[in-house]
Design a binder for this molecule. Structure first.
Ligand SMILES: C[S@@+](CC[C@H](N)C(=O)[O-])C[C@H]1O[C@@H](n2cnc3c(N)ncnc32)[C@H](O)[C@@H]1O
Length: 238
C-alpha cells in the first residue's frame, strides 16, 4: 500500500476516534467546535482580550452572576471550562479559606495561566484540573456547585460529561448554567451556527442526566444569555 494512502487512512481513523467519547462511545454532537481550545500552543493573551473585556456580557455582569450563584464560605466549587479563570478568581474569594475551587478545562495553557495568577494574587484555594473532552475528572461527591458559563454548547459529548458531573456533585449539589439565548429566525447567524441548540434542548439534556431544574434565574444585565439552576436529583429521572 502506498505511504500516502496509509497516512490518509490513519488520519481518518484518528478523526473517527476523536468524534467518539472514549469511555462510552457517544458520538460528538458538534465535531470541531473545540478545535481552537484543543490547540496545545493556544495563546492565553489572545483569549484574555476576548473573555475579559467589558463588551462581553458575562464579564461586564460578573458580579451579578457571582451573586446569582449564592456561594457560601466553605463551599467546594468547580468552574467547568474555566478558560482564563475570571470566575475561578471570584469564586476563590467567595468560598474563603475554608472553601475550595477547581478550575477544570481541556487546555493546559489556560490552567497554567490560572495557576500563575492565583500564585500572584495569593489565592491558595484553587486547584487546576486538566480534563478530557468527556469527563470533568473530579472525584465522586466532591463538589457543592458546578459552574458552566459559555461552556455547555462546547461539550462535544454532553451525555458522558454530564454523567461525570452527576457523580462529582454531592447529594443536593447544584449546577449553574449560563448559555446563549438561541432562537431560530431571531438570533444572529453567528449564534445559530455556533450554538447547536437552544435553552429547551439543553435543559432537557441536563434533566435526562439526573438533574432537576430548580430555578430560571434573572441575572441583572444579562440580555443575550439565560441562567439556569439545576439540583442533583436523588435518583435519575426524579
Ligand atoms: C467560551 S470559553 C468560556 C470560558 C469561561 N467559562 C468564561 O466564561 O470566561 C469555553 C471554555 O470551555 C472549555 N471547554 C470546552 N469543552 C470542554 C469540556 N468538555 N470540559 C471542560 N472544558 C471544556 C474551553 O477550553 C474553554 O476554556
Amino acid at each position: 500500500m502506498k505511504k500516502s494512502l496509509l497516512l490518509g487512512l490513519l488520519v481518518c481513523a484518528l478523526q473517527a476516534v476523536a468524534q467518539e467519547a472514549p469511555s462510552t462511545g457517544e458520538k460528538s454532537v458538534k465535531p470541531g467546535i473545540n478545535t481552537r481550545y484543543l490547540d496545545p500552543t493556544l495563546k492565553v493573551d489572545d483569549w484574555l482580550k476576548r473573555f475579559e473585556v467589558e463588551s462581553r456580557e458575562v464579564f461586564h455582569n460578573r458580579e451579578h452572576i457571582l451573586n446569582a450563584c449564592e456561594i457560601q464560605p466553605g463551599m467546594v466549587v468547580a468552574d467547568i471550562g474555566a478558560g482564563t479563570g475570571l470566575f475561578t478568581r471570584l469564586f476563590s474569594q467567595a468560598v474563603g479559606e475554608k472553601g475550595w475551587v477547581h478550575a477544570v478545562d481541556i487546555n493546559a495553557r489556560f490552567l497554567e495561566h490560572i495557576q500563575a495568577r492565583a500564585a500572584q494574587e495569593k489565592q491558595k484555594n484553587i486547584t487546576t484540573v486538566l480534563c478530557p473532552q468527556d469527563s470533568v475528572s473530579l472525584p465522586p461527591e466532591s463538589i457543592d456547585l458546578a459552574f458552566i458559563c459559555d461552556v455547555y454548547h462546547h461539550f462535544e459529548f454532553p451525555r458522558t460529561t454530564l454523567e461525570s458531573l452527576h457523580r462529582a456533585l454531592k447529594p443536593g449539589g447544584r449546577i449553574i448554567m449560563i448559555d446563549f439565548i438561541r432562537i431560530e429566525g431571531v438570533s444572529s447567524d453567528w449564534t445559530l451556527g455556533h450554538v447547536r441548540a437552544g435553552e429547551e434542548v439543553f435543559r432537557q439534556e441536563v434533566e435526562e442526566a439526573g438533574f432537576r431544574l430548580d430555578a430560571k434565574l434573572k441575572v441583572p444585565g444579562l440580555k443575550d444569555n439565560y441562567c439556569l439552576r439545576f439540583v442533583k436529583a436523588e435518583e435519575k429521572g426524579n
